[in-house]
Design a binder for this molecule. Sequence first.
Ligand SMILES: *[C@@H]1O[C@H](CO)[C@@H](O)[C@H](O)[C@H]1NC(C)=O
Ligand SMILES: *[C@@H]1O[C@H](CO)[C@@H](O)[C@H](O)[C@H]1NC(C)=O
Ligand SMILES: *[C@@H]1O[C@H](CO)[C@@H](O)[C@H](O)[C@H]1NC(C)=O
Length: 388
Amino acid sequence: MELEAKSPMKTQSQGMSRVTFWAFIVALMVILGGADGRMVKTFNTFEYSAISCRAHSASVTEFGAVGDGKTLNTRAFEAAIAHLSRYSAVGGGLLYVPAGRWLTGTFNLTSHFTLYLHRHAVLLASQDINDWPLSDPLPSYGHGREAPGGRYMSFIFGTNLTDVIITGDNGKIDGQGGVWWNKFHKGSLKYTRPHLIEIMHSRSVQISNLTLLNSPFWTVHPVYSSDIVIQGVTILAPVKSPNTDGIDPDSCTNTRIEDVHIVSGDDCVAVKSGWDEYGISYGMPTRQLVIRRLTCISPYSAMIALGSEMSGGIEDVRAEDITAINTESGSGSRLLWAGRICEGYLCEGNENAHHEVGLLMDGNYGSHPDPHYNPKARPMITGINYRI
Ligand SMILES: *[C@@H]1O[C@H](CO)[C@@H](O)[C@H](O)[C@H]1NC(C)=O
Ligand SMILES: *[C@@H]1O[C@H](CO)[C@@H](O)[C@H](O)[C@H]1NC(C)=O
Ligand SMILES: *[C@@H]1O[C@H](CO)[C@@H](O)[C@H](O)[C@H]1NC(C)=O
């Protein structure tokens, strides 16, 4: 696979101490012809109807939920969403979560649906592992990322959906991940940890105006999906929590991430597309990704990583107005293509930036699903641009 980029550049710098505003653009593109200094492709724009446009709405309290932080409300969320799913084809449904602390296990979303959190609403993920059913590994990974078997279902999950909005007036979704991080450190987990939000095989998805806290594993994981907007979201996890990536677009087309602030124990944004031979045979790249107005604190990881699992390819990534407040690397790529891994960190190198590493290419990331990968498969990396 050959990749090439041609992109306009932009610079923005502000003299705030310990904070550097900068812009860079990375574009990886399949070669379509000769380089001529312009973007070959344009990114589609796409719009969503306003949340008030859902024809039907219900409050989770109508289904018996109690917002005392103690009552387990899984059944109430399931019943409310099952009820609203009847309106998918006739105007759609909105589920309102009022002020309160709403403890629940995992639940599934439905199409033409809005989950709306009041400003003082907090969804609390159950800390009882029995409230987390198992799901199959992703086909483009072949195995769970952390263990050979399945994965725990994500706290909020949707598959094969169209037109889903998760939003609120900056309400909170708290994964209460500490229990998972402890089990991970003790090595006592049999399956891969859950994400806070996973949307799979879906189209037209918006996640906005929320605070997402303490995910057990990667926080927001759109996979095999298209037309995704993640906007106005704050993602927070302790900087030493394991693998709490912020946003991981994985084999997704047309994703926009903007006005997002992330503090995490791993990469703020990690762009993915499957793992070794499974990613190659699934063959679904992440393409047309725009990241703008991202601020990131992740002292031990990258602001933006490409990889490590990117065996299905990555094309057309553009990042601009990105602020690394404190990261190991300003932007990085850990490109993993089957057996051979090329790990690179791209950094704008501004002296105010708190990055340990500017640009690093590493040929041995050393993480494989099983011994069947092709050690001769190599990543081709071309057309990476960045500018301060
Ligand atoms: C949620 O969706 C998954 C995948 O389709 C399914 O296996 C699971 O049974 C669903 N859970 C509920 C409670 O409907
Ligand atoms: C969801 O979509 C995928 C990809 O199109 C398809 O393979 C799968 O069978 C669908 N699953 C369901 C439950 O419809
Ligand atoms: C987020 O909230 C702001 C302020 O309430 C509002 O203007 C904006 O439209 C919301 N954005 C989205 C994407 O919902």
